[in-house]
Structures are given as structure tokens and as C-alpha cells.
Design a protein around this ligand. Structure first.
Ligand code: SME
Length: 150
């Protein structure tokens, strides 16, 4: 299967999985697992907006930073700018927060509900330039489904 076919199946699985489950943590946990089972990225997880910070939520992968402030790092910038950011080389992103020295590229997608960012989906790769427009389009659809359950 190519990347589009993998994402097509993944999106269908995500929709089916959250359909009958209203618990946010359960849904974020299983969506992170589904993404990992499909693509085996270095790290896949969620941060939720709690007060003035993004706080680590369900994830798959190595231990990560627990709190990120508004406007800081890739995640905090996505929160501030309310848009997906694709980083081909984390060393070129000013203020990138290195939770793991293995991470080389990254995509962060906002979870938006009622026009507000309520969290982010963050995926890291140990290879450069892993993510492109195809990933952005599919992951935004997945994030939309997840955000609706939060
Ligand atoms: N690199 C992110 C921090 C989160 S970890 O990658 C899991 C950032 O710069 O916001």
C-alpha cells in the first residue's frame, strides 16, 4: 500500500474507533497506537491545552517533555498560529524543543474545536523530511475526528 492508501485505511479505522467511545483519553491513546501501528514513526502523541500550557497526553514512543508554553517550540507555535507546521529539519526550526536527540523531522497538527486550539497531534521522525503535504492533509482529517470527541 502507498502512503495515501495507508492513510485512507487509518482514517476509516479512527472514525470507527471513536464512534462509540466518548472518553477523550481512551480515544487519543488508541489513535496514537493506530498511527504507530501503521507508520512506525519515532514518536506520536497528543498535547492538550490546559490553562496556559500544552500538557502531555497519550502517546507512543520515548519519554517526552510534559509541558510546553504558548508560542514555544513547534507545538506552542502551532497553538499560537492555529495551523499545521511541517518541519523538514528540526535543527532549522528556531526554538524547536528537543525532547529526544533522535528526532530529525516533525509535523504538528492543531486540534481545533469551536474555533479554538484545544490540543495538538505531534509526530516525530528519526529521519529528515519525513512529512509532506500528503501527511498534512490526512493528519488534519484525523485530528478533526479526534477533536470532535474531546
Ligand atoms: N519538538 C516539540 C516538542 C514535543 S516532542 O517532539 C514530543 C516542539 O518543538 O514543540
Amino acid at each position: 500500500m502507498d502512503k495515501n492508501e495507508n492513510y485512507q485505511l487509518l482514517l476509516a479505522q479512527v472514525k470507527a474507533m471513536v464512534k462509540d467511545e466518548s472518553d477523550a483519553v481512551a480515544n487519543m491513546a488508541n489513535v496514537a497506537a493506530l498511527i504507530q501501528e501503521t507508520f512506525h514513526f519515532w514518536w506520536t502523541g497528543f498535547y492538550r491545552v490546559i490553562g496556559e500550557q500544552l500538557v502531555l497526553g497519550p502517546f507512543q514512543g520515548p519519554v517526552a517533555c510534559t509541558r510546553i508554553s504558548f508560542g514555544k517550540g513547534v507545538c506552542g507555535t502551532v497553538w499560537k498560529e492555529k495551523r499545521t507546521i511541517v518541519v523538514e529539519d528540526v535543527e532549522q526550526f528556531p526554538g524547536h524543543i528537543a525532547c529526544s536527540s533522535e528526532s530529525r523531522s516533525e509535523i504538528v497538527v492543531p486540534l481545533i474545536k469551536d474555533g479554538e486550539v484545544i490540543g495538538v497531534l505531534d509526530i516525530d521522525s528519526e529521519r529528515l523530511a519525513t512529512f509532506d503535504e500528503t501527511d498534512r492533509l490526512w493528519l488534519e482529517q484525523i485530528s478533526e475526528v479526534v477533536a470532535a470527541t474531546l
